[in-house]
Structure formats: C-alpha cells, structure tokens
Design a protein around this ligand. Structure first.
Ligand SMILES: Nc1ncnc2c1ncn2[C@@H]1O[C@H](COP(=O)(O)OP(=O)(O)O)[C@@H](O)[C@H]1O
Ligand SMILES: [Mg+2]
Length: 455
C-alpha cells in the first residue's frame, strides 16, 4: 500500500489527536449527564416550594369555607381572596405535576379536586369542604412522594458522583496512555522506517559522488517517495557503473595502443632504421640501383609506420595539446582524395586545458568524423572547428558532401564509438545538414566544469 511520506509523518500525531478528541467528547458527555441530574435535583426543590404554597392556599380556603358555613357574610374582598387563593393553588399544583413523577390517574384525581375549589363554579361551602377533604391527603401523599424521590435522588447522586469520578479517571487514564503509547509506537515505527532508508540513500549517493557507485537494494513494492528515490538512485548507480565500465574499457584500449606504438617505435622502427643505415652504407660503397630502390622503399615503410604509430597514439596530443594534434592530423591527411580541409580554433579553445582523457576522447571522435567525411561523404570541402561559448566547448566538423541522416541500421563501429566516447566525457552531439548547399555538420557540446582552467 502506498502511503505518502507526509502522511507517515503525520500519522502518529493524528492518532494521538483523534484519541484526545474522543476523550474530550466523553468528558463533555459526562458533564452533560451531571448537569441533567443537577437540574432534576433543583426541579425537586421547586416542587417542595410549590407543594408548601398549595398546602397554605388549601388551608386558607378551608378556613374561609368553614367561616362561610358559620354564616359569615361573603363580601367582595373575601370573594376576591378566594379567587387569588384558588389561582395560587391551581398554579402550584400544575408546577408540582410538571416536575414530580405522578401517575396519570393520580394527576387527574388531583386536578378534579382542585377544580372543585374553583370559585367561578359557584360558592358552595359544602363542595369546597368535600373537595378539600379529598385534596389534603393527596397533598400529603405528594409531599411524601417528593421526599422519597429527593432521598432516592440524593443517594443516587452521591453514588453516581463517585462512579462518575472513578469512571472518568479510568477512561481518561486508559485513553491518554493508549494515545501516548500509540503515538510513540507509530512514530518509532515510521521514523525508523524512514531513517533507515534515508541512511541507505545518503550512503548510496555519497558513494556515487565519490565515484564508487554501489547498487542499493531496490524495494519489492514502491510504497512511498523514498522508494521512488531508492529506485532512481539504483538506476543512476547502474548507469554510472556502465559509464565507468566503458571509460575503463576505452582507457584500457588507449593504454594498449600507447604500448603498441611505443613497442613499434622502440623495436620495429629502430630495427628498420638500422637496416636503412646498412642499405645507405651499401649504396655508398657500390652505388647500385637496387640499393637505391631498397632505400626508397624502406623510407616509405618507415614513414607509413610513423603514421600508423601516430594513429595508434598521437604524440602531438601529449606534447602540444588538442588543437595542435587535430591540426596536424588534418595536415597529414591532406593528400587523401580531393578534399580541401580547413581548421579553425578560437583563442579561448586554444587556451583551454582539458583533462588528458577528455582531450584523447575528443581527438578520437574528431578523427573518426573526419575519416568518415573522407571515406563516405564524397565532399570537396571539410571544416573542423573548436570554439568555446556559454561554458561549453563546441567541436564541429562540416562537409559539403552528399549528406546523411544517422539511423541505427546504417550505424557502424565508428558512430558507435563516437557515442560511447561522448557519453564517457559527458558530451552531447548531433548530425545536422551543413550550411553548404549539401553535406553534414557534426556538432559536439562538452560542458566545461568550473575546474577546467582557461589560462
Ligand atoms: N560525413 C558523412 N557523409 C555521408 N555519410 C556518412 C558520413 N559519416 C558517416 N556516414 C554514413 O554513416 C555510416 C556509418 O558510419 P560509421 O559508423 O563510421 O561506419 P563505417 O565508417 O565503418 O562505415 C557510413 O557507412 C556512412 O554511410
Ligand atoms: Mg567510420
């Protein structure tokens, strides 16, 4: 499964936050539960007040009714008092019924007794007294009911409070320790996983920088950006190993060429020179024609051998540098066909001191391209130039021959070697139409590093 690095880093704090959030919700619920119970207790307190009010009103109504029965005159203030008392009584009873748990049957009985005390239904002392006799025991029952409810609520509340505190503490402890453990475990797991791979990548990268690439183990499944990076590093190391391999191969071939050139020089050339001296001696003594022909042939062989040696390892390159070696190569091949060859090197290019290996690879590339012009282009003009622009060395070979587009099918050993050599020195090249009416322009760009001195 692919989990982005960002998410891996955020997973541990997110898990802790989630658990903390849940804990907060739980505490909120506990607080709400507690406040509900508090409200119930306060409602019960109000019930006591209402019941006391109802009891007082009932008592007063009873006094008034008894007085009426003893033929007291019912004047307007008393009538009004009856009204007010009835109002208090009925509202107190309603408030009580709202907050106290009473069965529906008891509630309707109670209401009926209260309604029988309504002065608007007519002032009937007998009805009043009968209703009050019904109402008083009901009120007493209600008070007892309220008392027992309060008692229950109190013991429940103390028990509940204890339970609540214990439960809240336990849940908080469990959730918090789980959150902390989970956070630590998750961050340990992911940080180790990330760090281990970063260390591998970093050591792989520094090996690559130091030029001794090691192949990092590629992950079986790509699960995040670090795996992508590991795979890229692996590919880079592989490529580097290939390039270094090619470089070593080329270097080995160059060393071998240099050794052969040296052997030819030290052995064959000196032998031939000795024979030449003998022949010259012979010529001086006898002055015969055969000796003269032999001398000419030997001289030609020696010249050809020098050319072969120069091809094997151009000494001018070691002694005079790239521009001189290329110029000398062009001059020595002037006699090949009818091609008019021109050489141009800018001052910056002449002053450039490239590493030996780069010089050698550039020389070999240029020689092969020039050789191809002589061999395949059927051109009458060839221009070889070296220039420095925008921090790059530009080597160009242009001809006015028949032109060609390099395709993989027609690619021979020469073009393949050009590609290998260019890769080894980190250069880019292309074949394009030349600026003559026909022909090819080969152009190679070599980025000059800051360390390449332009003296
Ligand atoms: N300057 C050029 N003009 C025309 N054709 C060319 C030129 N350079 C290369 N070619 C073509 O590209 C082919 C491949 O060249 P190369 O790889 O050097 O192989 P080779 O020189 O051994 O034939 C040549 O056979 C030739 O057809
Ligand atoms: Mg060739």
């Amino acid at each position: 499964m692919r989990i982005k690095l960002k998410h891996q880093i955020l997973l541990a704090p997110a898990a802790v936050l989630l658990l903390m959030g849940l804990l907060l919700l739980f505490l909120q619920y506990t607080y709400w539960d507690l406040s509900v119970k508090r409200r119930q207790a306060s409602d019960l307190g109000k019930v006591f007040i209402a019941l006391a009010e109802a009891d007082l009103a009932a008592k007063r109504i009873q006094t008034l009714s008894l007085a009426l029965r003893r033929n007291f005159v019912l004047n307007a203030p008393r009538l009004e008092e009856m009204d007010v008392l009835y109002g208090h009584l009925s509202s107190a009873i309603e408030r009580t019924l709202e907050s106290l748990e009473v069965s529906a049957e008891d509630a309707s009985l109670l209401r009926r007794s209260v309604q029988n005390l309504d002065p608007e239904k007519g002032i009937d002392t007998e009805r009043f007294i009968a209703a009050l006799e019904e109402l008083r025991p009901q009120l007493i029952t209600l008070i007892e009911n309220a008392r027992s409810q309060r008692g229950k609520l109190k013991s429940l509340q103390t028990r509940n409070m204890d339970e609540l505190v214990a439960r809240t503490t336990l849940v908080s402890l469990v959730v918090m320790s789980t959150a902390i453990m989970l956070g630590i475990l998750l961050s340990l797991f992911f940080s180790r996983r990330i760090l281990r791979r970063i260390q591998l990548i970093s050591s792989g990268a520094s090996n690559l920088v130091e030029g001794r690439p090691t192949l990092t183990r590629t992950p079986e499944t790509i699960s995040d950006e670090l795996d992508d990076l590991t795979v890229s590093l692996h590919k880079m190391a592989e490529k580097h190993i290939r390039v270094v391999g090619a470089e070593k191969l080329l270097q080995g071939a160059e060393d071998e060429r240099r050794r052969i050139a040296r052997d030819l020089h030290d052995q064959t050339l000196s032998d031939l020179s000795a024979i030449l001296r003998e022949v010259q001696e012979l010529k001086r003594e006898g002055c015969n024609e055969r000796a003269e022909r032999l001398e000419r042939n030997l001289q030609n062989t020696i010249n050809n051998l020098r050319e072969v040696m120069n091809d094997l390892h151009p000494q001018t390159l070691d002694v005079l540098g790239l521009t001189a070696a290329l110029q000398s190569h062009l001059e020595s091949h002037q006699h090949h066909g009818e091609v008019e060859a021109h050489f141009y090197a800018s001052q910056a290019a002449e002053r450039l001191k490239l590493p030996k290996n780069q010089q050698l690879q550039l020389y070999r590339i240029a020689v092969e391209v020039v050789h191809n012009v002589y061999k395949h282009a059927a051109a009458s003009r060839l221009e070889l130039s070296l220039d420095c622009t925008d921090g790059q060395l530009i080597l160009a070979v242009e001809d006015n021959g028949r032109g060609f587009t390099p395709d993989s099918e027609r690619r021979g050993r020469g073009l393949y070697n050009i590609e290998e050599r260019a890769r080894v020195i980190g250069a880019l090249y292309s074949f394009k139409p030349s600026r003559f009416s026909s022909g090819t322009r080969f152009e190679l760009h070599l980025p000059l590093t800051a360390t390449t001195p332009v003296a």
